[in-house]
Design a protein around this ligand. Structure first.
Ligand code: SF4
Length: 320
């Protein structure tokens, strides 16, 4: 007789369910500064345009986020312990400090601004606090450079410097395995920031997906594609999600805001998420070749890979 699997803990299942129930799902309204180091501009475009399926929250994933937040608070408290003054709130809004660039579409939340560091008692620094596993922490301490070991964290901190106007950053990292800490002061790099903002501005303004980072996702070099949430859209011919960001009528504007040319108005976040019956896909995201369009009926016809025709706008929904 085959052995029965061990019973599942009802307590663990209930905790997982509670974390999932409390999870805030939905797409990011803009391009998060934490993600700008992504080498693939096409992946950034797909995320900005809400194309890929959303990853379902799990209890474990939500706990990992929470642990990161707890560590962030602890690291800021460590600065207070040594007499530094740390500011996390924008007095004008009463909320966490924020930075917006690229017409407001490139967005980030600053962990804090600190003064009174032993090495630089006067200069105010932007603080970026991170926690990581032992492997990543060892690589960071070995490199002795956040720029080299954690380019995504470096880019994030640089954009915070660019957006706040401060010229010094403090990168604080903790190892989740043994609570070792790493501290590095970082200087503002204006050329790096200008290039990064320019790259994001081009992605925001692009009406179609930029070129792929890798044309063959199975090649050894295409490591990024293995983990990319847009891989099925990019390489396997699936449809994107149907919402205002994938509709040919919508356009990002400075503000930030999104407008609909068909209905001649600005769209709220929830309206964009829902889309409307007049949705027509941006042709470049449809996994077929456009063969016709009828402006009167507002339909666009495509030849699909199996040779069939699909008409966007002819009936509700889309080809499977
Ligand atoms: S699958 Fe690869 S090429 Fe396509 S968007 Fe993702 S990372 Fe870029």
């Amino acid at each position: 007789m085959a052995a029965l699997p061990p019973p599942l803990s009802q307590t663990a299942l209930a905790i997982d369910a509670a974390f999932v129930a409390a999870a805030r799902d939905g797409d990011s309204a803009g391009v998060p500064m934490s993600g700008v180091a992504n080498e693939c501009q096409r992946a950034l475009w797909y995320a900005f345009r809400w194309c890929a399926p959303l990853e379902a929250p799990t209890g474990k994933r939500q706990r990992i986020f929470e642990t990161g937040n707890i560590y962030e608070g602890r690291l800021l408290d460590m600065l207070r312990m040594i007499g530094c003054e740390v500011r996390e709130i924008d007095e004008t809004t009463g909320q966490q400090l924020r930075v917006e660039l690229a017409g407001g579409h490139l967005r980030g939340k600053v962990d804090g601004r600190v003064t009174g560091l032993p090495e630089a008692p006067v200069a105010e620094h932007v603080v970026e606090a991170k926690s990581m596993n032992e492997r990543a922490f060892k690589a960071l301490t070995k490199a002795g450079s956040v720029r080299e070991a954690k380019p995504d964290h470096f880019a994030q901190l640089q954009l915070y410097l660019h957006g706040t106007g401060l010229r010094r950053g403090l990168y604080l990292a903790a190892c989740k395995n043994d609570d070792e800490i790493y501290v590095e002061r970082v200087e503002y790099d204006p050329a790096f920031c200008l290039a990064l903002v320019d790259r994001i501005e081009r992605i925001v303004a692009s009406p179609a997906p930029p070129p792929r980072l890798h044309d063959d996702p199975t090649s050894k070099a295409a490591f990024a594609c293995q983990w990319c949430p847009a891989r099925a859209l990019c390489h396997e011919g699936t449809f994107p999600r149907q919402n205002c960001r994938t509709c040919i009528e919508s356009e990002p504007q400075d503000g930030p805001k999104w407008t609909c040319a068909l209905h001649a108005r600005t769209l709220s976040y929830s309206e964009q998420q829902a889309g409307c019956p007049d949705h027509r896909f941006v042709p470049a995201v449809v996994p077929g070749e456009q063969t016709d369009a009828d402006p009167q009926r507002r339909t666009v016809t495509y030849r699909m890979p199996d040779g069939s025709a699909w008409v966007d706008g002819e009936s509700a929904g889309r080809a499977a």
